[in-house]
Design a protein around this ligand. Structure first.
Ligand SMILES: [Mg+2]
Length: 130
């Protein structure tokens, strides 16, 4: 598909959640370059819940390890309020049990850090069924 054609579609709005400002910035440029839009940013779980409810993004990229509320708790709370929420976890964790837990709770998938631009874009498209 030609890149230019994607502009005609309404852009997918993504909420970026990570306690690292640097990672949010990197994710922001990756998703913008991939043709998506940054709906907003949050630095911990509670802020993620608030921003999710006010911004109603199409998708959430959610870090797992954050203080005081981590990404797993935030995902549970968001899915409680909106069972249709599409949440992709972005994590350094490679523990199979934890990753399985994230999927069981309702994550649409996970991306392990360090991530690449291609991996992020591919995973987002997969979750959106494109
Ligand atoms: Mg973190």
């Amino acid at each position: 598909m030609e890149k230019g054609k994607e502009k005609e579609k309404e852009k997918v709005r993504v909420l970026l959640v990570d306690d690292s400002t640097y990672i949010r910035t990197v994710l922001g440029s990756i998703i913008t370059e991939a043709g998506f839009e940054v709906a907003g940013e949050a630095a911990d779980g509670e802020e993620a819940i608030r921003k999710y409810m006010s911004l109603k993004p199409d998708l959430v990229l959610m870090d797992v390890i954050m203080e005081p509320m981590n990404g797993m708790e935030a995902m549970k709370a968001i899915l409680d309020k909106d069972p249709e929420a599409k949440i992709l976890m972005v994590t350094v964790l490679e523990d199979k049990d934890i990753l399985a837990d994230l999927m069981r709770i309702g994550a649409k998938g996970y991306i392990t850090k360090p991530f690449s631009k291609d991996k992020i874009a591919e995973k987002i498209k997969e979750v959106l069924g494109e």
